[in-house]
Design a protein around this ligand. Structure first.
Ligand SMILES: [Zn+2]
Length: 359
């Protein structure tokens, strides 16, 4: 059953968004069985609502202990997925679903990584892919999207306008693969929780770079499912990190208000989390509250410093991916607490940011 994250309406069958208020849906109800088997993301197929058709061997990303820290801090390096970001986890599930349902075209609105991921998996599935992108996307990401043969459609007016265009195409029959607009995407992302659990048990704190709020929502959902099945009796504290200039989720969490977009023109080098209207914002805030978590913001300068700090430990992260590392100094680690930082995408996605002299 799919439940609306805003008005609570319930729908027995798969649909993209709430028929009543248009908000994001989450799949509810007990999965299933905890029976990890095989390798990679589909090792957790017993916990997933879609059967595997299209996979590029995503998941099973490394968990690396930070060298330069007396605290137990672990880096979950999601840039090692097939297209260089965590998005591949959601994409293998939604494009398998599109394929299983007999669709011929997948559409997506993207700040870059999602578009590259959907383009790659659609190519492998022999589906046409159409990617709607706002201005300001790094050229490396645009090149990657076109390398997979997708149709790239630039949209004026930001990510929200790109989302509106993708939804129009979906109404005309294409499969809507956008994160936040397809609850099955969250199902793929939640496997990060299962993997962390197998790699290190339940972390005390998980620090998540946050744009749409989908990743944070998904990781907490994964741990809640493990808890509901009696696999563990612990839940991690969920910590959202946003760029200081574009932080609608963290600000709504702090002030206890509705999620409101930042001022027009506000921007950040962390383009992968530059989302003014976060579609999974409500569910992310709920996960932060229920887990005793919180939100922090980081400046572009701090992000750049964090890219360099990660580099000195052998990991190259894109700006959004380094936001978790940048947030670390604002997070109190008590005693023997263990912390996982999500490093969401590869530095090869946006390498020239390091050459900027103005930050
Ligand atoms: Zn609703």
């Amino acid at each position: 059953m799919f439940r609306c994250t805003k008005c609570g309406s319930e729908f027995p069958d798969f649909r993209y968004t709430c028929a009543r208020c248009g908000s994001a849906l989450l799949l509810e109800g007990a999965p299933k069985r905890w029976e990890p088997r095989g390798a990679g993301l589909w090792r957790y197929r017993s916990m997933l609502p879609v059967s595997m058709s299209i996979s590029l061997s995503e998941g099973n990303s490394p968990l690396i202990r930070r060298r330069d820290s007396s605290d137990e801090v672990f880096l979950k390096v999601e840039g090692d997925n097939p297209t260089g970001s965590f998005k591949d986890r959601g994409t293998t599930v939604v494009i398998s679903d599109a394929y299983n349902r007999g669709h011929r075209t997948a559409v997506v609105a993207s700040t870059g990584n999602m578009g590259a991921s959907v383009a790659a998996y659609s190519a492998y599935a022999n589906l046409a892919a159409k990617v709607f992108i706002p201005p300001g996307i790094p050229e490396e990401k645009i090149a990657q999207i076109t390398a997979y043969g997708a149709e790239l459609v630039p949209v004026e007016g930001g990510f929200s306008a790109a989302v509106a265009r993708a939804r129009q195409e979906a109404e005309a029959g294409a499969y809507l693969a956008s994160t936040g607009l397809n609850p099955l995407f969250i199902e793929g992302l939640k496997t990060i929780a299962y993997e962390l659990f197998e790699q290190m048990g339940v972390p005390d704190k998980i620090v998540v770079p946050t744009g749409t709020g989908g990743l944070l929502t998904a990781i907490f959902k994964g741990f809640r499912e493990l808890s509901a099945l009696g696999v563990t009796d612990r839940l991690p504290q969920m910590i959202a990190v946003q760029a200081a200039a574009v932080a609608p989720i963290v600000e709504a969490w702090k002030e206890g208000t509705e999620v409101r977009p930042p001022p027009e023109g506000a921007t950040t080098i962390a383009s992968a989390i530059l989302v003014r209207v976060p579609f999974n914002g409500l569910s992310a805030i709920e996960a932060m509250r229920r887990s005793g978590g919180f939100g922090v913001t980081v400046t572009d300068h701090q992000i750049l410093q964090a890219i360099r700090a990660l580099g000195r430990e052998g990991i190259f992260a894109e700006p959004a991916a380094a936001a978790s590392m940048a947030a670390l100094e604002q997070i109190e680690i008590r005693g023997d607490e263990r912390v996982a930082l999500l490093i969401t995408g590869s530095g090869l996605k946006d390498p020239t940011v390091l050459l900027r002299k103005d930050l």
